[in-house]
Design a protein around this ligand. Structure first.
Ligand code: PEP
Ligand code: MN
Length: 341
């Protein structure tokens, strides 16, 4: 349930509502808005009686929330969430571009990618120091050394860094270096990891699992939000279907659906979806045209020597050309997709 306060209600009114929720043994979440303040309730095992709250002074309405993901739902928070990363924002109408190698390999490989992407107008640098690989024999990432190189690249370019934590141990290290912590597709349902990132004070990029529904993704986001971290960025990166022509199937239809159900920003990673560099640009452009709040793609200065995902890496110059195209598309496509409430 979400309790919407009247315009001009007092702080005491709000505190009274919060107390009333706590006295019932449930969790109140104060949700400040431009128009009005609301209090979301979680932790109630069944439906609540709206009358019990509508009787309290300063309360405009008590609205039941029908979705299982309460804090992630647009029912509870109608306005789009804007997540700040460095001096830029994800959500709220702009286009946020994250580019960089799949994995951090060497200082030169990372710095060259970072410098070229910075000059091309990227907003953040990606690169994995901990790599979740399908095969245990594949390159697993440089670990802490990779994080140190990312920090150096940030220093050299000013680009904030997006990097993945694969478990609770790596999260401790990643938290020391990252501007945005990535939770990968394979960990989308690692609930203990989600609870831990929910206690961080930094944005979380949550990638959709390859066999997860939108509802599964939003419930995973809910784990993070319920721990008090409001800065969740959703990411579509392709799902498994019966198609064999592509690494995964990029589900762009999830964009308007997510926007209808949730206030959280959503970006698209075409690289992991299509798995081939020649197919990345068209899907990136389609994502922006479909209203994505951002795009994340992989680049590598020498894709055929890459230690992971070389086949899907764009050359930095191709990445730069793509960014210019994406910015051009963003200016002609309405960034706000109609929402149904
Ligand atoms: C990545 O972005 O580096 C990655 C491993 O992607 P995913 O979790 O989507 O497979
Ligand atoms: Mn990759």
């Amino acid at each position: 349930m979400v309790i919407v306060m009247k315009k001009g209600s007092s702080r005491e009114d709000l505190a009274r509502v919060v107390r009333a929720v706590e006295e019932l043994g449930f969790h109140p979440h104060v949700l400040p808005g431009i128009e009005r303040t609301a209090v979301g309730i979680t932790g109630n095992p069944g439906p609540l009686d709206p009358d019990a709250f509508e009787r309290l002074p300063g309360v405009a309405r008590a609205i039941p929330v029908s979705q299982p993901f309460k804090l992630a739902s647009r029912e509870m928070t109608p306005a789009d969430t804007v997540v700040r990363v460095g001096s830029k924002a994800i959500g709220g109408g702009g286009l946020f571009v994250i580019a960089g190698p799949c994995a951090v390999e060497t200082a030169d490989q990372l710095l060259e990618s970072a410098r070229l992407m910075k000059n091309a107008g990227a907003d953040a640098l990606r690169g994995g120091a901990f790599k979740p690989r399908s095969s245990p024999y594949s390159f697993q990432g440089l670990g802490k050394e990779g994080l140190v190189l990312l920090a150096k690249a940030r220093e050299a370019t000013g680009l904030p860094i997006v990097t993945e934590a694969v478990d609770e141990a790596s999260l401790e290290l990643v938290d020391e270096f990252a501007d945005v912590v990535q939770v990968g597709a394979r960990n989308m349902q690692n609930y203990e990891l989600l609870k831990r990132v929910g206690r961080l004070k930094k944005p979380v990029l949550l990638k959709r699992g390859m066999s997860a529904t939108l509802e599964d993704l939003l419930l995973s986001a809910e784990y993070v939000l319920a721990q008090g971290n409001p800065d969740v960025i959703l990411c579509e990166r392709g799902i498994r279907t019966f198609s064999r022509h592509s690494r995964y199937t990029l589900d762009l239809s999830v964009l308007p659906a997510a926007r209808g159900l949730s206030h959280l920003p959503i970006i698209v990673d075409p690289s992991h979806a299509v798995g081939r560099s020649d197919r990345v640009p068209s899907m990136a452009r389609a994502a922006v045209a479909a209203g994505a709040d951002g795009v994340m793609f992989e680049v590598h200065p020498a894709p055929d020597k890459a230690l992971s995902d070389g086949r899907q890496a764009l050359l930095p110059q191709q990445g730069a050309d793509l960014i210019a195209q994406l910015r051009a598309i963003a200016t002609i496509v309405a960034r706000k997709v109609e929402t149904v409430r």
